[in-house]
Design a protein around this ligand. Structure first.
Ligand code: IDP
Ligand code: MG
Length: 139
């Protein structure tokens, strides 16, 4: 049922510096439909479990601290081949390696503060969407 959704977060650095509008415009222009969206301040526990796969890595504690440092926008996006198409739109994790014109190339300030999250598989898109949204909150 969810083969065409991905899950995204506009990260604290981008929200804090007023990049939410420009990023949403790029998402819209690329043809993604917003299925659900809300502003939240993640708790430490939420950030730790959202990024549990990275627990133990040297950047984990800094990542959790960053992701809880201010409000974020979490959203479910719909598009054909959503996961792959969205990863193309956001670009590589490291903004220095991201293609020109990608969201991270334009709005990341470092590998950590790379402006947006995008799910890496259909399975994780479902899991991550379920982490923040109930079925009745999706359109
Ligand atoms: P992704 O967001 O492109 O899928 P992941 O490897 O899943 O990248 O890492 C999750 C997040 O952790 C990244 O988006 C970034 O914010 C942060 N991160 C990843 N690698 C590093 C690093 O080497 N230093 C600092 N932060 C990192
Ligand atoms: Mg990832």
């Amino acid at each position: 049922m969810n083969e065409n959704i991905t899950f995204s977060i506009i990260k604290p650095n981008a929200v804090r510096t007023g990049k939410t509008g420009p990023i949403l415009a790029m998402i819209n222009e690329a043809g993604f439909e917003i299925s659900a969206m809300k502003m939240v301040r993640m708790t430490t526990g939420q950030a730790e479990s959202f990024y549990a796969v990275h627990k133990g890595k040297p950047f984990f504690d800094g990542l959790v601290e960053f992701m809880t440092s201010g409000p974020v926008f979490v959203m479910i996006l719909r598009h054909a081949n959503a996961v792959e198409e969205f990863r193309k739109l956001i670009g590589a994790t490291d903004p220095n390696k991201a293609e020109p014109g990608t969201i991270r190339k334009l709005f990341a300030v470092s590998v950590q503060m790379n402006a947006v999250h995008g799910s890496d598989s259909d399975e994780n898109a479902d899991k991550e969407a379920g982490f923040f949204f109930s079925t009745s909150e999706r359109f």
